[in-house]
Ligand binder design. Sequence first.
Ligand code: AMP
Length: 216
Amino acid sequence: MRIVFLGAPGSGKGTQSQRLVESHAIPQVSTGDLLRAHVKDGTELGRRAKAVMDAGQLVDDATILGMVRERLAAPDAARGFILDGFPRTIPQAEGLDVMLAQIGQPLDAVIQFEVQPELLVQRISGRRSCQDCGRVFNVHTAPVPTPPPCGGQCTTPRLVQRPDDTEATVAKRLAVYVEQTAPLIGFYERKGLLRKVEAEGELATVTARVEAALAR
Ligand code: AMP
């Protein structure tokens, strides 16, 4: 299954991807995670991207498309994937279409995560992730269980807040979403791929809604 998760920062795309990866045995391809790995490794791309990310802006389309093309060529993506946080602009969506047409594997569905804007700021500013396993927690809604830490994946939880998850940057990221990413809703609606999911409420409830939308 080839799916796009579309939604504002903090709408739960990453958390729900992590849950679906287990049940569907397909990888989560998060351009945010790929970029953060470049930043951590100190690559040339990572050095260029860091300032843009910290400012809450979008990294340029050519860089993102090159990174996604490389990731989707990996063997684990042959059975399908969840694209999380990509595409984020119309040119990225058009680039993705070309890429998938070349391998004869078009998208099956685009899930749009609907969350009220007020809730997004609270969700993002409470978000923490484990430095080691990447699992996402939230100080307000999904605190780390004691024990086991990290859902049992790591022995010691090392929670960090992303530098771009501070309240100052969040407003910018939300504005960028409205301007540059929200037009993708109409783009995918016109292609008949869009399925809206109410993404507020219990994690498991939202997962069930996503599964139901995918089964439609
Ligand atoms: P995320 O983890 O998806 O919230 O992404 C964190 C940051 O990485 C964003 O605020 C952007 O600066 C950058 N980024 C991630 N994905 C993309 C993308 N598809 N296009 C452009 N920039 C991206």
